[in-house]
Design a protein around this ligand. Sequence first.
Ligand code: ATP
Length: 366
Amino acid sequence: MTYSDDRATMIEFKDVHKYYGDYHALRGINGTIKAGEFFSLLGPSGCGKTTLLRTIAGFEDISSGVIMIDGKDMAGVAANARPTNMVFQSYAIFPHMSVAENVGFGLRKDPRSKEEKARAVAEALEMVGLKGYGNRAAHALSGGQRQRVALARALILKPKVLLLDEPLSALDKKMREHMQVELIKLQRQVGITFILVTHDQEEALVMSDRIAVMFEGEIAQLADPETLYRRPATKKVADFIGTMNFVPATILSETGNAVEVDAKGLGRVMLDIDQAPAKAGESPVVGLRPETLTLLYDDQKAPERETDGVIDEVIYFGDMTYYDVYLGGTDVEVRLSMRNVPGRPVLDVGEKVRVAWSPSALVLFR
Ligand code: ATP
């Protein structure tokens, strides 16, 4: 992880609201994005992530609140006067121009000499892995190459912040995964702030230093990928990022730094306060990631806790097997990698098993 918290603030949102007519698209956005950070806005369709990105770019006005970029209030500052540049989903490259003309397009009013501009274009192309492609016709490029041209065209203007609106969504899976790695490398190389909009949680987890998870115009949680995964702030975040089992629970007692709960099927368990963020309004449930559970074979002992169960369902994927296990009053999914159980047979529905779990992997939602 390259992210460190002592970086300077690049963008700050202070209670940002956006209305489209009566529709309340952004509902009080607060938070900061650091200089040099790879930051993602993640959420389902319609949550407001593109709107938030466009307000940073200056393509959308905000209804109230403040957006600061690099220490300056952006109220009334036009898009072309902001230190930002956007790469669009549709790439928006000009098919009738060459690659070099596309990349140099933003420099047409730049006072530098022709040679200097050509050098800048060559540098930008090299940066995105398209060295020597300058004279090619843009319309003859593949999807991934067009994406690189669009990136080079944005980077040549040396923005402080690069805004990326679902830049990889038009690519096939293999090319998308390849470009994810390329984008991470590029961001580290140029060191500027990247802000990516995506609805793909895996993409956000792989690429980002930090992620803002958005639902219905609000940021539900802003954190690094590991915290989002291990300590989701709400059930909704937990469900959106990966898969989580939810087990009904009763809160038995609470002290300053620990909460004791009775979780259905699992029994009594003590949780640290950071596993039980206080959020009123949900009926308490305990969350367990399927990957943190395992099945015990023969006389294996659980390192921490274990619970008896019966297999309800088996889904076999070759390298992974998913089991639904009934634990008396509740079902949990257990995901086993073959690496963890080499040579073990796949178990059948109806077999009795013991499920091993770790109290530190639980999260209480309340
Ligand atoms: P998607 O992934 O589908 O693009 P999103 O999270 O980026 O979704 P936004 O495009 O930010 O969502 O839209 C948020 C909400 O605001 C949606 O309900 C959308 O219909 C609405 N909206 C966006 N732009 C406008 C507009 N120009 N006029 C009216 N409503 C709009």
